[in-house]
Design a protein around this ligand. Structure first.
Ligand SMILES: Cc1cc2nc3c(=O)[nH]c(=O)nc-3n(C[C@H](O)[C@H](O)[C@H](O)COP(=O)(O)OP(=O)(O)OC[C@H]3O[C@@H](n4cnc5c(N)ncnc54)[C@H](O)[C@@H]3O)c2cc1C
Length: 475
């Protein structure tokens, strides 16, 4: 890639072309000429840099001669609302607040602590807006929440995707496999990576408007995250884990990876006991705290072409394949998201004897006969992370240990989304469904697995240092 010496202007054709592929207008309601501001409702892209929804909102604000208001909210009703996820979001809100002042944005955060607290903050903000822009994101309940909002919105609503390096709108159909999306991505990638200047809207939001908004915004200067989280009506049994939430934390992690394991990424990523062997960037990417394009540019600049290529295949091909699946297939969280050959083979093997059957509670408590599997589950419960290599084994094993593959799918989605910091992401559904044959082809017929690609915990012990990994997450 040869990024241009000077970044594209926000008003350039380049930006318009990108937005044409990332943005959709979700309703037929007109822009309100008397609106006080353009509202950017931040939902999944928790950053100001390389945020295409924010860029769209700024362009609209300037075109209409309006100021911009950036609003983020958090409520206790999302699925798996817990201390772990709340803490990440609130700590990042504090960092965003500090940066917003420097960058010239008006940014506010509203925390709905209890289920019966005021539910209509966004509606009241939208009632005064000329137009609303928000993130387009297919998972974590955001698509459903956005659809409900769009139905009652009093003004135009634009949905903009910022999750992918190559705009998701470039792939209008559901892709079949990595091999089908990879060449299409390759054609557009270098162009998509070109940087764009960042700047606030030309008009600042006045104090008069800011003060007149009837919202109970958090005082982010004095925020005590732990105390706020404790006051929320959420699941307190999933505790926070050490995590440097925010762009600075993401950049520090990226730097450490580029200076460390990147050189030998292709080999080191296969050793689960090597905690530094992969980037561990997935939580920051999930919460949209760092742009994947920035990650790619930084990795390319570090050299190590072969390792960088392998890393890009994970970060771009597999991650964007999962996004495409979730955007284009409404059944991404259900059995219906799987190809026909999977259902046929599962039907044929329904009555195969299983070596063990576990309940969801037993799995959650890591009470299986296999200590490698248990260690993987404990890693996720204790750290919010699970290494990719054991994650595949973790998923495939649950298929073996449940009476029906439907239960296996539901258990995995539940456990992953509840405990993993990067859970509830398109890659969560892509990764879990991959364990059941999605994006794959039929293999040789085996008991229970049928023709789904088999993976065995026993064989895995020959490939990496399982005992060292188990010792890291003892009972
Ligand atoms: C059963 C199962 C469940 C999974 N659940 C999730 C999940 O909830 N959230 C999640 O982000 N990923 C999930 N994955 C994909 C993958 O395991 C993680 O993205 C990866 O382990 C994150 O570690 P890392 O950041 O060190 O990855 P690295 O190896 O450093 O890769 C860099 C980035 O590329 C992306 N990536 C890597 N591998 C994949 C992949 N196979 N599919 C999609 N994107 C990938 C991630 O964003 C990752 O941060 C799952 C995979 C499986 C098999």
């Amino acid at each position: 890639m040869s990024p241009k010496a000077r970044p594209h202007l926000l008003t350039s054709d380049f930006v318009r072309d990108q937005l044409a592929l990332r943005a959709v207008t979700a309703n037929a309601v007109r822009t309100q000429p008397d609106g006080d501001y353009v509202l950017y409702w931040m939902q999944s892209t928790h950053r100001f840099e390389e945020n295409w929804a924010l860029r769209q909102a700024i362009l609209h604000a300037d075109r209409l001669g309006k100021p911009l208001l950036v609003h983020q909210g958090l409520d206790p009703t999302y699925e798996h609302a817990n201390d772990r996820i709340h803490t990440v979001i609130l700590e990042n809100a504090r960092a965003l607040h500090a940066r917003a002042e420097r960058l010239g944005f008006r940014y506010q955060f509203v925390l709905r602590r209890r289920r019966d607290d005021d539910r209509r903050v966004v509606d009241r903000l939208a009632a005064r807006a000329a137009l609303v822009v928000t993130d387009r994101f297919p998972t974590a309940g955001i698509a459903e929440r956005t659809a409900r909002f769009v139905e009652r919105a009093p003004c135009r609503v634009d949905l903009v995707e910022s999750h992918a390096v190559v705009p998701s709108g470039a792939f209008v159909k559901e892709e079949y496999a990595a091999r089908t999306i990879r060449p299409k991505i390759a054609k557009l990638l270098d162009l998509a990576l070109e940087p764009v200047e960042e700047r606030p809207a030309s008009r600042a939001l006045s104090d008069a408007i800011w003060d007149s908004l009837e919202v109970d915004r958090l005082d982010l200067d004095r925020l005590d995250v732990a105390a706020e989280v404790a006051r929320c009506e959420i699941d307190h049994s999933v505790p926070p884990v050490p995590f440097a939430s925010g762009l600075d934390g993401a950049r520090a992690r990226l730097r450490a990876f580029c200076e460390g394991a990147l050189k030998e990424y292709a080999e080191r990523r296969n050793e689960p006991s090597d905690t530094e062997g992969s980037s561990r960037l997935s939580p920051w990417l999930h919460f949209g705290q760092i742009s994947p394009a920035e990650v790619v540019r930084t990795v390319r600049a570090a050299g190590y072409q072969a390792s960088a290529a392998k890393f890009e295949d994970e970060l771009i091909t597999w991650r964007e394949l999962a996004l495409n699946f979730c955007l284009r297939n409404p059944n991404h969280g259900k059995l219906k998201g799987l190809p026909d050959w999977v259902h046929k083979t599962m039907e044929k093997h329904t009555d195969d004897p299983r070596e063990a059957i576990y309940t969801r509670a037993q799995l959650e408590r890591a009470e299986t006969h296999d200590e490698l599997w248990n260690a993987a589950q404990r890693e996720m419960v204790r750290t919010g992370h699970m290494h990719n290599v054991v994650r595949m084994l973790w998923g495939k094993s649950v298929l073996l240990w449940t009476a029906r593959y439907k239960q296996a799918l539901e258990h995995l989605i539940h456990l992953n989304n509840k405990w993993a910091l990067d859970g509830r992401d398109p890659s969560s559904y892509g990764g879990i469904q991959w364990c059941f044959g999605k994006f794959d082809r039929p293999w040789f017929d085996k008991p229970v697995f049928g023709v789904i690609r088999p993976m065995s915990l026993a064989r895995a012990r020959e490939k990496f240092d399982a005992e060292a990994y188990i010792r890291m997450f003892p009972r």
